[in-house]
Design a protein. Structure first.
Length: 337
């Protein structure tokens, strides 16, 4: 059932301006924002998808991917429909890019925040992740669920494009522990053409997460001919190292044809070039995803010891003592519980 939205202001002639994401849509009466799930009804903005879940499942935390947060633990993943980006290569287009053509028929099972927290606890999860689509656009549900989850001792996670406004992020910061943020490229032309967004706004959003002390890991899906040129790879690596810090994990992931983008999958060489760009920039923790025999181990930057061993999404060994390398004592950045 639609509920009155958070983060909007009323304008003349029954228009509203949404301040939830950095698009800051001005929405006339009877229309929706870019996300398609926030609608102006009579001069009041309503959230259409909050609390209607289209995905609920237990995942390994490594699937988010988060490699430096409670490794080996279980995470309860939930999603509603909707996204404020229009990525041509969307990995979850069936739900993220869902469009009901104005019918009001938003799919999903009605689930309260209390039920979500209870289910996560019963499943033995240590965290709840708002994921698969863009959690910013169903913020009313994520905020209440995160508040209840944190009170129950659970960690809370956004898997996000980073386009949330400072106002909205400030509301959820006290109960948001971690985020995996997509940095999809390092060209404004790429962001506008492929994603329907602006690079500078994404970068400022990522900086805002860091300033607020939320644990972040960055993911880049490397797409041949789109964002795999050396200038973009070097730009991403330098941004992470210089503005977020060299201890920030960078997940470089292999693209496969999806949705409206059908060029061939990323060759191994492109991921290797991205890895080398991260190494040159001084990043300590670089991982390759969607790739057999990829680099997925956490290595101590000081002595070279493997401190977390992984096979796919499974953790096969942890050599940490109080968050430090068991061999040399070097502190390994992360949230270890």
């Amino acid at each position: 059932m639609p509920q009155e939205a958070l983060c909007f202001e009323r304008l003349p002639q029954q228009a509203v301006r949404c301040s939830l994401c950095r698009h800051r849509c001005t929405i006339p009466e009877g229309r929706r924002g870019i996300c398609r799930v926030r609608e102006n009804r009579g001069g009041t903005l309503y959230s259409l998808a909050a609390g209607l879940l289209v995905a609920e499942q237990v995942d390994p935390i490594e699937k988010k991917p988060l490699f430096h947060l409670l490794p080996g633990s279980r995470c309860y993943s939930v999603a509603s429909v909707g996204c404020n980006f229009r990525c041509l290569h969307c990995q979850n287009a069936g739900i993220a890019q869902y469009d009901d053509q104005g019918s009001g028929q938003i799919p999903g099972r009605s689930v309260t925040p209390e039920q979500t927290v209870s289910t996560a606890l019963q499943a033995g999860c240590r965290s709840i992740a708002f994921t698969y689509t863009e959690p910013t656009v169903w913020f009313e549900y994520t905020l209440k669920t995160a508040t209840l989850a944190a009170a129950a001792g659970l960690y809370t996670i956004f898997v996000t494009n980073g386009y949330i406004t400072p106002e909205a992020l400030g509301m959820i910061t006290p109960v948001l522990h971690a985020a995996n943020i997509d940095l999809k490229g390092f060209s404004d032309v790429f962001y506008r053409r492929v994603c329907g967004a602006r690079l500078d706004q994404v970068l400022e959003g990522i900086r805002d997460y860091r300033r607020r002390g939320i644990w972040i890991e960055i993911t880049t899906l490397v797409i041949p001919g789109e964002n795999d040129d050396q200038q973009q790879l070097d730009g991403i690596a330098r941004f992470i190292a210089q503005e977020l810090g060299p201890d920030t994990p960078w997940h470089i992931s292999r693209y496969f044809p999806q949705y409206k983008m059908q060029q061939p999958a990323t060759p191994r060489q492109s991921l290797d070039r991205a890895f080398e760009a991260g190494t040159r920039a001084g990043l300590h923790y670089i991982y390759e995803g969607n790739l057999s025999n990829g680099r997925e181990q956490t290595i101590c930057p000081a002595c070279g010891q493997t401190v977390i061993s992984r096979s796919g999404y499974s953790v096969t060994g942890i050599n940490l003592k109080d968050g430090a390398c068991a061999r040399c004592g070097r502190q390994i950045a992360g949230v270890w519980g």
